[in-house]
Design a protein around this ligand. Structure first.
Ligand code: FES
Length: 65
């Protein structure tokens, strides 16, 4: 998937997140322009974030840190 508002692929956005992990809302602010843009990527990125960072209890390791 590609975010036109951020001019970046979701892979690129998640690569930045992997290099410097942030809580979800800070990831959106720091690594995307979704909040100022159309916002249509936010739910897809949230699903990917939750898949990559959720532990067995549903909490994210990034938020727990
Ligand atoms: S295309 Fe990704 S937020 Fe607009």
């Amino acid at each position: 998937m590609y975010c036109l508002c951020s001019d970046a692929s979701h892979d690129d956005i998640m690569s930045k997140q992997q290099l410097d992990p942030l809580p979800f809302h800070l990831m959106i602010d720091a690594y995307t322009k979704c909040a100022e843009g159309c916002g249509s990527c936010i739910e897809a990125l949230r699903e990917r974030f939750e898949m990559e960072y959720s532990d067995a209890h549903g909490a994210t390791s990034v938020e727990a840190a």
